[in-house]
Design a protein around this ligand. Structure first.
Ligand SMILES: Cc1ncc(COP(=O)(O)O)c(C=O)c1O
Length: 420
């Protein structure tokens, strides 16, 4: 082997398939759920026998374990991550016309929670390295109508929570974490969900802690907010058939809670596997000398990334063609997200135009999510990266990158991306 080329890295500990995988799905839930079959069916049987199917003891015990996991005083379960964001804003008494600052580069539910209450989403741009809220843009977007700041911990990495906390405190605004993708993520030693006034989580099956259906959770250290969330998720009803406020029906069912209680016990080990997958991709990108064309995700210093998604950036002119090539070679990928929220038709009346959020729009053109999940093997990862290397080998032949001169920074397809 050429002395200048690093040796193919190994990640032997959980490599159970041949080194010639021919198909790598974007996601395979069965790899984590399958080994828990007996534990899960026993938990489901327990619920059947209990006769208690909505909220009740299973949900209460899940809430207690979840609060302990997140290091928060309270956890309040609900029917989905979308409802968690909605309930958080209801608990903060968002009124029609109130503005909420949030990223446009996120799942739809972050913003629809605002508009469902008659509020106005104020979309701000992202940092090009982390894909999370650009802090300067947040401060500039604050007006007398701002009612809350709603950062998203995208792909599993926390937004800049210390600076956001400073801004929120300075302007006397609540901070709501959309931590749907970031259970277990840490910001300087503190867990996601404990960093703002309210944390919102999703148990959608693709999440790091996924139910066998829908589910969500809210976390807070504030007794009054926790009480209000509990009231709002049951139609604002307390006691029975007495309604002091208008809430919604957003109850978690006991089957999902029972499954989640089983799975919560495995979360740390799955997180370690996701982390290993992420590190192995980085080693493979070095091995295949792909760093000039494939920009890898970066974990911020002193933070723990939950690696819900492994999203790389490639030159925009190659993103869709690369994705097609990978699909032909049976490698599943996804685009999170191809159309930023500020350019969605349903938000046209907010008046945003193409070009308003340049980093968001660039990310939507350049990013592609590679497979990452517990049980993904090193040989599968090697297969994925080899297909990417093949694609760019052909590109380099046809269209070589600019040559850098001695003393200049190395040539890159991403000259405009600033460092973290
Ligand atoms: C950032 C973000 N917010 C909110 C949600 C909504 O969660 P759910 O699908 O459980 O309603 C999701 C789920 O995909 C998400 O990724």
């Amino acid at each position: 082997m050429d002395a200048g080329v690093p040796a193919l890295p190994s990640r032997a500990s959980f490599d159970s398939t041949s080194s010639h995988s021919r198909s790598v799905p974007q996601l395979d839930l069965q790899r984590a759920n399958g080994p828990l079959h007996d534990e899960i069916t026993a938990a489901l049987a327990r619920v059947v026998e209990s006769g208690c199917f909505v909220l009740g003891p299973e949900c209460q015990q899940l809430e207690e374990s979840f609060a302990e996991f997140c290091h928060t005083k309270h956890a309040v379960c609900c029917a989905s991550g979308s409802d968690a964001v909605l309930l958080a804003l209801m608990a903060l008494d968002l009124q029609p016309g109130d503005q909420v600052i949030l990223p446009s580069y996120t799942f739809f539910a972050t913003a629809s929670a605002v508009t469902r209450l008659g509020g106005k989403p104020v979309f701000v741009d992202i940092d090009p390295v982390t894909y999370n809220l650009d802090i300067e843009a947040v401060e500039q977007a604050i007006t007398p109508l701002t009612k809350a700041i709603l950062p998203v911990h995208l792909y599993g990495q926390c937004a800049e929570m210390d600076q956001l906390r400073d801004i929120a405190t300075k302007h006397n605004l609540p901070l709501v974490e959309d931590a749907a993708q970031a259970i277990g993520a840490e910001w300087h030693g503190r867990k996601s969900g404990s960093l703002g006034d309210i944390g919102c989580f999703s148990f959608y099956p693709t999440k790091n802690l996924g139910a066998l259906g829908d589910g969500g959770m809210l976390t807070t250290n504030d007794d009054a907010l926790a009480d209000r969330l509990r009231l709002l998720r049951v139609h604002g009803m307390r006691p029975r058939y007495v309604h002091s406020v208008v809430g919604i029906n957003s109850r978690l069912d006991a089957f999902q809670a029972a499954v989640l209680r089983v799975k919560l016990g495995h979360l740390e080990s799955w997180a370690a596997q996701r982390r290993e997958v992420a590190h192995h991709y980085a080693a493979l990108a070095d091995f295949y000398q792909l760093r000039d064309v494939v920009q890898l995700p970066r974990e911020m210093l002193s933070c723990v990334h939950a690696w819900n998604q492994y999203v790389v950036r490639v030159p925009a002119q190659h993103r869709d063609a690369l994705r097609e090539t990978l699909a032909e070679r049976k490698v599943g990928t996804e685009i999170y997200y191809p159309i930023p929220l500020h350019l969605q038709t349903c938000f046209a009346d907010l008046g945003y135009r193409e070009g308003d959020l340049s980093e968001t729009e660039r990310a939507a053109r350049e990013t592609i999510a590679l497979p990452i999940y517990p049980g993904l093997t090193p040989s599968e990862q090697e297969y994925v990266m080899r297909q990417i290397a093949d694609y760019f080998a052909a590109v380099r032949l046809a269209d070589p990158p600019p040559v850098s001169r001695p003393g200049q920074a190395p040539a890159t397809y991403f000259p405009e991306t600033r460092a973290a």
